[in-house]
Design a protein around this ligand. Sequence first.
Ligand code: ADP
Ligand code: MG
Ligand code: ZN
Length: 625
Amino acid sequence: MAIKDQPQPSRARQIGNILLLVSGLFLLANLFLPNLFGQPIPRVPYSLFIHQVQDHEVARASVGQNEIRYQLKGENDQPGAVFSTTPIFDLELPKRLEDNGVEFAATPPPRNSWFGNILSWVIPPLVFVAIWQFFISRGSGGQQGVLSIGKSRAKVYVEGDSGKITFADVAGVEEAKTELVEIVDFLKTPQRYIQIGARIPKGVLLIGPPGTGKTLLAKAVAGEANVPFFSISGSEFVELFVGVGSSRVRDLFEQAKKQAPCIIFIDELDAIGKSRATGGFYGGNDEREQTLNQLLTEMDGFAAGEQTVIVLAATNRPETLDPALLRPGRFDRQVLVDRPDLQGRLAILEIHAKEVKLGKDVDLKAIATRTPGFAGADLANLVNEAALLAARNNRTAVSQADFAEAIERVVAGLEKKSRVLNDKEKKIVAYHEVGHAMVAVVMPGSGKVEKISIVPRGMAALGYTLQLPTEDRFLMSETELQGQIATLLGGRSAEEVVFGSITTGASNDLQRATDLAERMVTTYGMSKVLGPLAYQQGQQNMFLGNEALNPRRMVSPETAEAIDKEVKNIVEAAHHQALDILKENRELLETIASKLLETEVIEGEELNNLLNQVKTVESPVAVGT
Ligand code: ADP
Ligand code: MG
Ligand code: ZN
């Protein structure tokens, strides 16, 4: 927490900026020098000039390629006003001038003033130096405890920093911590692994919504292993100039290797690692692609061994990443850093509450209960808000009432980002998830239910039911596929049974159920009506990316209609099965759902005992009838 991510503008940077500004002004001045340092000469149209010549008003003219300057006849032979005009290509001009008695000559080559001359020599290098200064200074954000690297702009946190972060500072993400403990071990005693011939992983990808502690975890790994920590954000790689990103990557890895063992942390990996297939127009972003390629090259290049450099990266949009990044030898380890459950929130609150003075009436457990969907950063923010409120009210310690008010403030902020469920929504999600689980236990092919949770999970889902397949399956029977479809519809069916209405929360379930049913009909030939024909082409369209997967074969309109009808039949049959199961077990549905509302997560033995009570329903409906 002593480490800030944003470098302060340094003195060097300020000087660089000023230099840049000054030289820019000079440049502008130089452009307009003739006007600034010469006399302003009024411009007239060429036609007027010709008229004046014909009317014998012009005394003398100096004819240049781009400009004619001329003087009108004054009174008493005194020189009159000077004008300027832009000539039109006119071969008759000399003759015309002569005929009208104008004294004329060609303009001599321009003779700049000594001042302008010197300026035009001095300014370009000055601008150059200023720009150079500017970039150098940006590289060295002079900040305490942070050594900076010129080109890569990565920030390095060296061991022994006052605010060293360890795993004790991170809570509520136990699974992620367990995985990362291993990485710490790799960094501490690489010999142990090398000696036995094990390959030390090079890349670990931390996946999770914003504010769940990905950056914090990466720092904690470095802190635990006591190694330097290079941190850079993906968006910092991709800059104005083509080629800068890839040279930054090269530079970063060079620096890191010198300090090995160490950690490189790339935040916002998606900024450079976006899938090339989904990049819009092809050739869309060359710079990003070059940077990505360089990153891949570097990761392939260094042999984990003598130099233990482990690359940690974070993203909250894993689905957009280029698959090349996830191949073995690159970010082949993926660690989910998700929003904390009740226990986790309590633990996080305890960590952050240490920084403030708590009143005697503060009940952190109660606060944790009231903050489902809060990520670690939201909880840290909550504690701080409460402390601010207490201070504003001249209290010496933070009271429970301050927390209550702070929750409201933070929730109001989060609701805009639509991450927090109100009580009604929480209830719906609970029934929905229990619905999935109950259908899953009695239907074939649905795997074992490991965990039900109403803690908002990942980026989109409101709650989730975690199923693990009991064994690796390559072949699925028709009834098993039906079972899966019924399970997918279990959530929506529970909403129907309990509330009589349905919400938008099931859209992803429906999508997946429909896809599965469609595949049964068009790919696996499981429909009696359509027979064992494949109506789908398994080819991936190389240019359009994933959206264009599995386009339907050209089929006659009648066949298309028949396919749609079959798909609908399968899904509806499964829907009825799900409804039957839930209606039959209505009481149990209530029991499990209210339990889930209380604890937010049910898993393990307890879940098994509850789900074992689900009664199967006879007379499953056959497909296609
Ligand atoms: P992310 O990188 O996932 O967006 P950060 O690691 O930047 O999130 O978290 C921001 C801050 O929120 C941290 O510095 C810390 O104070 C707090 N925080 C987030 N997650 C946790 C957690 N799991 N345990 C303790 N504090 C956390
Ligand atoms: Mg972060
Ligand atoms: Zn669902």
